[in-house]
Ligand binder design. Sequence first.
Ligand code: G
Ligand code: G
Ligand code: NA
Ligand code: MN
Length: 253
Amino acid sequence: VSLLGELDEAVRDGSLEVVYQPKLDLKTNRIVSTEALVRWRHPVLGPLGPDAFIPLAERHDRILPLTSFVLRRALRDSADWRAQGHSVSVAVNISSLLVSSAEFFAVVTEIVGDADFVRGGLVFEVTESAAFTDPDGAVRALKAFRSMGIAISMDDYGTGQSTLSYLQQLPLDELKIDRRFVQHAHLQAGDAVLVRSTIDMAHQLGLKVVAEGVEDRPCLDFLTSIGCDMVQGYLVGKPAASAALMKQLKTSV
Ligand code: G
Ligand code: G
Ligand code: NA
Ligand code: MN
């Protein structure tokens, strides 16, 4: 059996896992959102991260069923958190191949009708390459998603191309600064300049800013001091199963 065949089976029988990494709001010191990250516990190869199978799924036209699975699971898990009194949104990574696809749009339309969906409770994390492949289609699709009550986040900011023009064109709510700029921002003047000016620019465009890859307290303190809105990283929490995240939500009052 090929890895692709096994992946098909894993998507069908739901044996892929979805783990969640918290985003902490620096003003309220509360977890306000989480990012859904897919994992595959392969029977022979062991635990596989997305890098080991997302590109495969993208190449062989399996990214739509995989993303549909992650979306449904993420909405169900976040409905559980809500039922326990935690109003925390969930972010799902959307491949650039899907953003302006009609099939994906149909899936999203269906999901938005589900009982587990609430406006403001779902975020799509997209990358600049979505706009790169089909700029007009991406703008149209993202506008439609927003009108359904889905927030749009620009992921891995700073690592792509032509970032400034896309920031103006795309309908966005949030910008995530890539961890390579964040991790040493409190130690390196060069990174500090980039992070600080990105936050200022994003705020002037009306966007919230998430700094990714925050691993220590001095980094978090620096980001707080320059007006960053949210942080994500090992300091706040590693990606964890829904039940473990729920525990963290209960204790992090
Ligand atoms: O946490 P981690 O190393 O596993 O994530 C690696 C990358 O995989 C991240 O860039 C993340 O955006 C991506 N990723 C995780 N889950 C999904 C998913 O469900 N769909 C897509 N397209 N990418 C994902
Ligand atoms: O979507 P994105 O490409 O940003 O995926 C996030 C990736 O970063 C995942 O692989 C996740 O496991 C990883 N990650 C999350 N927090 C941290 C962190 O604090 N430090 C490091 N080194 N990696 C992190
Ligand atoms: Na992401
Ligand atoms: Mn990212």
